[in-house]
Write a protein that binds this ligand. Structure first.
Ligand code: BDR
Ligand code: CA
Length: 310
């Protein structure tokens, strides 16, 4: 069983990732840290709380993360992809229940020695953890980040991907403070496309109450992507792929390279690594995913969602 702390900004693909992590037989979620990103921190918390309740995990530790990037800039949100409140057509009520303190993360980390951190949002809260707690590294086994874009256009500027663009200072802090880090970038996650046909397969196999929620989320998200990219058959589940590759390391091909994220100007959020022939990796460089087994991912997604919730 892999013990993880999930940093997220739900968000549609984050929400499906939360459900996937809760339902996966090989993943134990120790806590969810909900922050600004796709939506405000408040909405990200409301959405995570709603999903935990619906999934039957009402008392799983939930931590309110960060409100805005370390630079002090105002966050940009993307309602055209994730809906006005982050869950497509759904608007969960404001969460009034218990929220753990940010400092509880230290207690959770200190109670273990082999935690995997998965960050599928802006890296602000995770950077805070490193800035405030210098003694946490021994408790972390590895870190998986959904972020960056290599060789391809970005999704929020011509060259930048949303998570690294949202807080490039935080991304650089995390990248410089810990090893091993696995980066699952946009050029890879864009191929993790789930189609309406796959959702029908899940629907036919399971009658769990979460399935209608997943269906509503995916319908909205797929239509948003189809407006953006005419002809695409479904929508990419960037954040779910990151969890899948965390649990199935053999399904991805990685190259180790130092990564720099531009922090300001026109190139803000752009990630670069030296892939020239003859360039080398140095010990401690992050592993950048370049390819994965798409078919195996799709099969695992269908199986995990339909059998665990069946
Ligand atoms: C990333 O940004 C967000 O919109 C998604 O949830 C994903 O984490 C993709 O660039
Ligand atoms: Ca996300």
């Amino acid at each position: 069983l892999k013990k993880i702390i999930l940093f997220a900004d739900p968000g549609i693909d984050d929400s499906i990732a939360i459900i996937y992590a809760l339902m996966h037989p090989e993943i134990e979620v120790l806590a969810i840290v909900s922050s600004y990103g796709n939506v405000t921190k408040q909405k990200a918390v409301d959405n995570a709380a709603f999903l935990l309740m619906e999934a039957g995990f009402p008392s799983l530790p939930m931590i309110g993360g960060t409100n805005s990037p370390l630079s002090g800039e105002t966050p940009e949100y993307y309602p055209e992809i994730h809906g006005a409140d982050g869950l497509g057509p759904l608007s969960p009520p404001p969460y009034k229940g218990h929220l753990n303190n940010f400092s509880d993360l230290y207690d959770i980390l200190h109670a273990h020695s082999d935690i995997t951190i998965v960050d599928i949002g802006r890296n602000t809260a995770l950077a805070h953890l490193f800035l405030l707690g210098s003694d946490i590294a021994p408790h972390i086994k590895d870190i998986f980040l959904m972020g960056g874009a290599f060789f391809v256009p970005g999704n929020v500027t011509p060259s930048a991907e949303a998570n690294f663009y949202g807080d490039p200072v935080a991304a650089n802090i995390v990248l410089s403070r810990f090893t091993p880090i696995y980066i699952i970038p946009l050029n890879v996650t864009s191929k993790a496309v789930i189609t309406p046909h796959h959702i029908q397969e899940i629907e036919a196999a399971s009658s769990h109450p979460l399935i209608p929620i997943i269906k509503d989320l995916m319908k909205y998200y797929t239509e948003a992507y189809q407006t953006l990219i005419p002809g695409i058959e479904g929508a990419p589940l960037h954040d779910v792929l990151t969890l899948y590759l965390m649990i199935n390391p053999e399904a991805g091909r990685y190259v180790r390279r130092a990564v720099t994220v531009f922090m300001e100007g026109e190139g803000k959020g752009t990630s670069i690594a030296d892939f020239r022939p003859g360039s080398r990796s140095r010990p401690g460089d992050p592993a950048i995913c370049l390819e994965f087994d798409v078919q195996a991912f799709v099969e695992d997604f269908i199986l995990t969602i339909s059998s665990s919730t069946g």
